[in-house]
Design a protein around this ligand. Structure first.
Ligand code: BGC
Length: 379
């Protein structure tokens, strides 16, 4: 009897000391409702630091949570899937109360999400949807289909087929365009590409736009892990295989500024600079400072701006709702099926930035400074 009592007591003591060492406040889905922010930890898992936008996202989420008194465990996974899995495993064992995750491979985190669910930790999928798991609690992102529509429209505006207000432009074509897409393991890549292709289809059907390489499928256009060098290589290959007969590329649909820079380098190396061989219309996304400089210098035609400060704010709003044991407010409840369930989402709008919009959209809002744009470098 005495032995059993002792065992029970030491079991309780062990539980208390384990909770203490794990730094658990309310502890992984415990009574977060009445806990103080200082006792709660939010795990934030970001994919990579090679692209500015994710650094900005990570910093914004961290700052906003810390300003409210929460503890934040922010990790970057260096675009390596096992690293991201390990980092999330650790956040769970260390007693995170909410997880905010931007996955590298949307399909690779089912095990981690299962463990999070077992520990009753809500999971907010950040910008990229986590797929094939029932344990995604909420999704915060931008309207990803509209990003693709915006990129296609910017391509058409750059070519003169459309005006900025959507009227028919004065150009008639036909124009040669090439198409790039993002990483196939990123759920957003399909949304961007579909939005763009639906918008461009009438122009392909009419013969106003032609893809000389014939590579019009997303599998052919995709760039694994959104790598700039891979995009440069693919553009070089396209130029060699399809444009060494004296024909020219007039436009390139690019879904991300990093890819656009690789594409532009390949084009410049092939002599596209000005005069008869002027730089094609190249689109982009994320308003990365090096690319905003290229837009300002008239080299890249546009970028799609997604205000990461607003996305971070939505992630914080969702995290706080879960900590209060409430459901965050969604504004999209149909579009994002992750293969297992439709994940309720809050989507933010996006904005196309041409050279003339840099000041009003990016500088006046404090996203970038005039000096940063001039230098093409942050800081
Ligand atoms: C994001 C884009 C970004 C891309 C590459 C996507 O999931 O939505 O903003 O350009 O990843 O990092």
């Amino acid at each position: 009897m005495r032995r059993r009592l002792l065992a029970a007591l030491s079991g309780a003591a062990l539980a208390i000391s384990l909770a203490a060492c794990s730094g658990e406040g309310a502890g992984g889905g415990g009574d977060t409702n009445s806990a103080k922010p200082g006792d709660l930890t939010i795990g934030v898992s970001m994919p990579t630091q090679t692209s500015e936008r994710w650094i900005a996202d990570g910093n914004s989420v961290k700052e906003k949570l810390q300003a409210k008194g929460y503890k934040v465990d922010l990790q970057y996974a260096g675009d390596d899937i096992p690293t991201q899995s390990q980092q999330i495993d650790q956040m769970i064992t260390q007693g995170a109360d909410v997880l905010v995750i931007a996955p590298i491979d949307g399909t690779a985190l089912s095990g981690q999400l299962q463990a999070a669910a077992a520990a009753k930790i809500p999971v907010i999928s950040y910008d990229r949807l986590i797929r094939n798991s029932p344990n995604v609690s909420f999704y915060v992102s931008f309207d990803n289909y509209k990003v693709g529509v915006a990129q296609a429209n910017a391509l058409l505006v750059g070519l003169g087929l459309l005006t900025k207000d959507g009227a028919k432009g004065t150009a008639t074509g036909p124009f040669n365009v090439e198409l790039f897409a993002g990483s196939l393991d990123d759920n957003n890549a399909g949304f961007f590409f579909n939005g763009a292709m639906d918008t461009l289809k009438p122009y392909f059907d009419a013969g106003t736009l032609k893809v000389k390489s014939g590579q019009t499928k997303i599998e052919q256009a995709a760039i694994l892990r959104w790598q700039q060098e891979t995009a440069q290589k693919r553009m070089e290959d396209l130029l060699t295989s399809s444009y060494n007969d004296g024909s020219k590329v007039d436009g390139v649909l690019s879904p991300f500024d990093g890819l656009s820079r690789g594409i532009i380098t390949a084009l410049q190396n092939a002599g596209y600079r000005g005069g008869a061989k002027k730089m094609p219309v190249v689109t982009g996304q994320d308003a990365e400072v090096a690319s905003v400089k290229l837009v300002n210098d008239g080299v890249q035609s546009s970028t799609v701006f997604k205000d990461t400060r607003l996305l971070a704010e939505q992630a914080v709003i969702a995290a706080e709702a879960f900590l209060r044991k409430e459901e965050p407010k969604a504004n999209e409840t149909k579009a994002y099926n992750n293969g297992v369930k439709v994940v309720p989402a809050f989507l933010l709008p996006v904005q196309t930035v041409y050279k003339e919009d840099i000041k009003s959209v990016l500088i006046d809002s404090g996203y970038l400074t005039e000096q940063e744009v001039a230098a093409g470098r942050a800081g």
